[in-house]
Design a protein around this ligand. Structure first.
Ligand SMILES: [Zn+2]
Length: 292
């Protein structure tokens, strides 16, 4: 059985200095592609949905496909809800069988973020072994319903991060360090590596306890990714890259085969293209062969 929450696999990743890919899906074909690639690479895996696709596909449907696919392979796989700003929908997904939940209170004032995140943590820990990710500071760009302009993006304060973890009991923390959702406007985005390192050291004093999450993975160069991992990023979110792969592959296929009406063939080329992207990320993140 390989249905797991995110915390256990991320603690291992933190200890061994690699990162587990957390890949966003909007349909079932993508979920199958991601699992196939991770099995091939023998990598632990986090599949995530943001709120809109979760509501569209329905949490129960996503969970039932996830459980069917994950229980037939030997790698550990977590199902994670990404950037949810609604406490009740966090409860809905936890109850349906998601094994990991992100409550995103980063747009709220600190006290409100703490209060709501703690509510989600208390619920998830009460009903099962469900890990909870919180966010502190704001990641710029657009992720599903959350839109933050670059000027509004505020980086995570290290001492506040300590208070946040203590007061909420979160399992995973996404500290804003300058990464962004979407496509980076510059080739070398300004990332605050020192801040990441300071937060990591404050939260993981003797042994790894609070895995850190890097949002906005798309477009970061492999040497930057490697540096973020060495400084403590053990969950690495990739969404935009997979959206582009799906849309571009579909568009190019249709352009080449405009007279054909066989959607199954599009699914096949899309799945192959996504498998290639996931394999690329798994190699960069260093999580190949870490499934056991
Ligand atoms: Zn994100």
């Amino acid at each position: 059985m390989s249905i797991e929450n995110a915390k256990g696999m991320l603690l291992n990743a933190t200890k061994e200095k690699y990162s587990v890919g957390a890949f966003n899906i909007t349909n079932i074909n993508q979920m199958e592609a991601i699992i196939e690639a991770a099995v091939e690479k023998q990598s632990p895996l986090i599949i995530q949905t943001s709120v809109t696709p979760a509501k569209f596909l329905k949490p129960e449907v996503i969970v039932s496909v996830y459980r069917t696919l994950a229980s037939s392979v030997s790698i550990p796989i977590a199902l994670h809800l990404d950037h949810c700003t609604d406490v009740d929908f966090c409860f809905t997904c936890a109850k349906a069988g998601y094994t990991s939940i992100m409550f995103d209170g980063s747009q709220e004032v600190f006290e409100e973020n703490v209060r709501k995140t703690k509510e989600v943590v208390d619920y998830c820990h009460k009903i099962g072994n469900i890990s909870v990710e919180g966010e502190l500071g704001t990641v710029s760009g657009v992720e599903d319903q959350v839109r933050v302009s670059e000027d509004e993006a505020a980086l995570c304060d290290p001492l506040e991060a300590v208070r946040f973890v203590e007061e909420t009991g979160v399992d995973l923390l996404a500290p804003a360090i300058g990464t962004a959702h979407g496509i980076y406007k510059t080739e070398n985005p300004k990332l605050d590596f020192d801040r990441l390192s300071e937060i990591f050291n404050l939260l993981n004093t003797e042994e790894p306890m609070i895995p850190l999450v890097i949002h906005g993975g798309t477009g970061l160069k492999s040497n930057v990714v490697r540096r973020l991992i060495l400084l403590g990023g053990s969950k690495f979110n990739v969404s935009t890259d997979l959206k582009h792969t799906l849309i571009d592959t579909t568009y190019e296929y249709i352009l080449r085969n405009r007279q054909e009406y066989n959607p199954g063939k599009i699914d096949i080329v899309v799945r192959k293209a996504i498998i290639e992207r996931i394999s690329y990320w798994i190699d960069i993140l260093g999580c190949a062969g870490k499934a056991s």
